[in-house]
Ligand binder design. Structure first.
Ligand SMILES: [Zn+2]
Length: 392
């Protein structure tokens, strides 16, 4: 059985131990300060007699350390060192996670925590629903106020059967043993947790939530940073917002409204353009080539509008050759005249003007290469249709 130093002292990182067993690249010790990971917190790294510890894991009552090339034997007395920078970052992140979730659940009743992931780089908490940036920013503000107040982080343990546990946030099904470790951030949050935490909230420095993403059926992940990284990212994002408000020609406090107005204007303009494009296409003149009705031209409309018009004219027995006035341009060749093989004409003309396409004998479509002239396509296709009709 390994004595777990980290369980009673999260700050002790240099220690002497005796090798109790080895298993290939793995080493177990009589005592260790290396946290094997758990409660969403990543495992420690560091060195054992100067050899790097890449992974740590718990196997029943023993804690094993992966140290490739360790060269150790049972009974060796060794000096060990936990990577403190990594460990301290994980302790701060883990404590911040308790505070962030505690603050969020005060603002959103019945909020549930689904998953926690505290890594050296990325840190996030998955909650069972989406919450707005307004709620997140209120929660983060109350966390940072509590950090400034320098609240104590107290550790205690309770019996699994203790009725008081009902008032404490705990995923008891995920915790083994009869004794439950409880972490209380003085007056701010209380939760069952066997991970490692700082002793005072001031140590965290600063918390900033910088990303919220759907994590599928699980819910929503709120990513956050602590300490200097949190200050850095909050400053970067503040300047990004200032640049956006300059671009929108608005005050930062009005940028959100200005962007919403712009988007609504844009959608209105798009709808109007679509309508105008449709009117242009439907108003396209009819030409007679060898006695058959042919409609053709290049139009400032999207391919769906052209396809709809083409279907209608095709139903009336017309031949239709249409191209979008865009770069690259999209083209359609359709015909209600069964003497016309649209796919063949389209692919022939596209290979001469540059482009690709395909489809059916009565309706085919394609795209020109970027920079290719849609007028050339339309004219060549009209010539090809004329040649076929006049030869019959
Ligand atoms: Zn914890």
């Amino acid at each position: 059985m390994t004595e777990e130093i980290f369980a009673h002292d999260g700050y002790l990182t240099e220690f002497e131990a005796v090798v109790s067993a080895t298993d290939g690249d793995w080493v177990s010790l009589d005592c260790t300060a290396f946290y094997p990971g758990g409660g969403g917190q990543a495992h420690d790294k560091g060195t054992i007699r100067g050899v790097s510890v890449e992974k740590v894991e718990r196997r029943k009552n023993e804690i094993w350390h992966l140290c490739p090339g360790h060269g150790l034997e049972a009974g060796d007395k060794i000096w060990c060192s936990v990577d403190w920078e990594r460990r301290y970052e994980l302790m701060k992140g883990h404590t911040a996670e308790h505070m962030l979730f505690g603050a969020l659940s005060r603002l959103v009743p019945d909020l549930n925590i689904i998953k926690i992931d505290i890594e050296y780089g990325d840190k996030y908490v998955v909650i069972d629903r989406d919450v707005s940036w307004d709620v997140i920013s209120d929660a983060v503000a109350s966390v940072n106020a509590a950090i400034e107040e320098n609240l104590s982080v107290l550790k205690s343990s309770m019996d699994r059967d203790d009725p008081e546990l009902e008032h404490i946030r705990a995923k008891l099904d995920r915790i083994e043993g009869s004794e439950i470790s409880v972490v209380e951030i003085d007056g701010f949050d209380i939760a069952a947790c066997s991970g490692l935490h700082v002793m005072e909230t001031e140590e965290i420095g600063f918390v900033f939530a910088d990303r919220r993403v759907s994590s599928g059926k699980d819910g929503y992940a709120i990513h956050f940073k602590v300490g200097e990284a949190a200050k850095r990212v909050s400053s970067e994002l503040a300047y990004a917002c200032l640049k956006v408000s300059d671009a929108l020609n608005s005050k930062p406090s009005d940028a959100e409204k200005a962007a919403a107005n712009l988007l609504s204007d844009l959608n209105g303009t798009r709808a109007m353009l679509k309508k105008a494009g449709k009117a242009l296409v439907t108003g396209a003149g009819e030409k007679r080539i060898s006695g058959a009705a042919v409609r053709y031209g290049v139009f400032p409309a999207d391919i769906d509008t052209l396809a709809e018009a083409a279907e209608n004219w095709k139903a009336e027995g017309h031949t239709v050759i249409l191209a979008t006035d865009s770069d690259p341009s999209y083209v359609i060749l359709a015909s209600g005249d069964e003497r016309i093989d649209c796919r063949k004409i389209l692919t022939d003309v596209l290979s001469s003007v540059g482009g690709k396409g395909g489809g059916k004998k009565d309706f085919s479509r394609g795209g020109l290469l970027k920079g290719s002239d849609p007028t050339a396509f339309v004219e060549k296709a009209a010539d090809a249709v004329g040649d076929i009709l006049s030869s019959l």
